[in-house]
Design a protein around this ligand. Structure first.
Ligand code: DAH
Length: 360
């Protein structure tokens, strides 16, 4: 075959390859195969010297024409493929504004916070104000100033997390550190007596911590609302009336309350208050005579501790017990939440199961 025929065959097959290339990468492969350093057409250009003189003009013309045709076809194909690839990239990255949005789940207030607020609101309505204290507390506020000096047996009622002194003193294990996570909000009573003018009508909601393993009726971290009144002529009658009012508002007008004698180091006398069971209506048994599981057949549910502020506690905070008296109480928020909504296990409040939490 004459060289010019070879060249026109190469030109045609290359133009066909260019037309068939469907990506810029495939097109580049075609270009390199024909016009690259060792490309087929490049080979003809290099070997012009060995073409016989009389054919050189015709072959040279054919090579140049082939090169021009291939270069033009490459340029046109490149522009076309680049535009198509850009369009595809834009399409791929595009946001379809007509797609419906993903529905956002609306959150709800957590039951613990809702009940904390509900309790607080009842007392704010009675003219109380909110007091706060630190969760990392000293032994003085949590125990000693509440009439529970070192080695007082009441300390063992509340297994305590002691805080290690980070200055490097590692001796701060149980009993050797006087910094702790408060086991009760009662310490806020002491802060309030120190900081506030008399008379005092405060509530103190907040988290407390105990070295307990979580089970249906215990949590290592839970919430209390403390209450403290210090004024002239405060009697146990004021305490009872206030807490009965609270229970009726919290649990409903048909629930009864009762007070049982108890012991707390910082109150004298002390009592625990019970509210009649909402599941069995206070009867202790179900319609078909079975023992009520909520109140274990007693008809009553314990909801808070309370009492008249011990004169020692007033004195330690420099309040004259001959002039002033007071009462105090502490309510467990998680417990109230469970009793109000008949939740059988405190841990359900903390599991974060939305199906449970959304009910309230
Ligand atoms: N701090 C007690 C506890 O955590 C509850 C309590 C009882 C608080 C009697 C009081 C009170 O203010 O007067 O078990």
């Amino acid at each position: 075959m004459a060289i010019t025929d070879e060249l026109s065959a190469l030109r045609e097959s290359t133009l066909a390859d260019i037309a068939a290339a469907d990506t810029t990468a495939a097109l580049e492969t075609v270009r390199v195969a024909v016009l690259g350093k060792s490309g087929t057409l490049t080979g003809y250009l290099r070997s012009m010297g060995s073409v016989p003189k009389e054919e050189r003009a015709a072959v040279g013309k054919a090579v140049n024409e082939a090169r021009a045709a291939v270069e033009e076809a490459l340029g046109a194909a490149k522009a076309r493929l680049e535009a198509a690839e850009l369009d595809a990239a834009i399409d791929a990255a595009a946001v379809d504004v007509t797609l419906p949005g993903r529905a956002q789940q609306m959150g709800t207030r957590h039951l613990i916070n809702a009940i904390t607020d509900e309790i607080s609101e009842i007392f704010l309505g009675l003219g109380y104000s909110v007091a706060t204290g630190p969760e990392v507390e000293t032994d003085w506020y949590n125990f000693t100033a509440l009439n529970a000096p070192a080695d007082h047996p009441s300390r063992s009622m509340q297994d305590t997390f002691y805080v290690r002194d980070l200055s490097g003193d590692t001796a701060a294990v149980r009993g050797e550190s006087d910094v702790l996570l408060r086991t009760q909000t009662s310490g806020v009573q002491v802060h309030a007596m120190e900081d506030e003018e008399l008379p005092i009508y405060v509530i103190a909601p907040g988290k407390v911590y105990r070295r307990d393993v979580a089970d249906p009726s215990h949590l290592p971290q839970f919430t209390q609302v403390e209450g403290l009144v210090v004024d002239k002529n405060i009697t146990f009658g004021d305490l009872k009336g206030t807490l009965e009012y609270f229970c009726k508002h919290m649990f409903g007008p048909d629930r009864k309350t009762r007070f049982r004698a108890h012991f707390f180091p910082f109150t004298e006398p002390s009592a625990e208050a019970d509210v009649s069971c909402g599941v069995c209506g206070g009867t202790g048994h179900t319609h078909d005579g079975e023992r009520c599981r909520m109140c274990k057949g007693t008809g009553w549910l314990e909801i808070l501790g309370c009492g008249m502020v011990d004169p020692n506690v007033l004195e330690m905070s420099n309040i004259d017990p001959e002039v002033y008296s007071g009462f105090a109480f502490g309510v467990g928020v998680e417990r109230v939440a469970c009793l109000k909504y008949n939740v059988p296990d405190l841990r359900m409040l903390l599991e974060g199961d939305m199906r449970f939490l959304r009910q309230f």
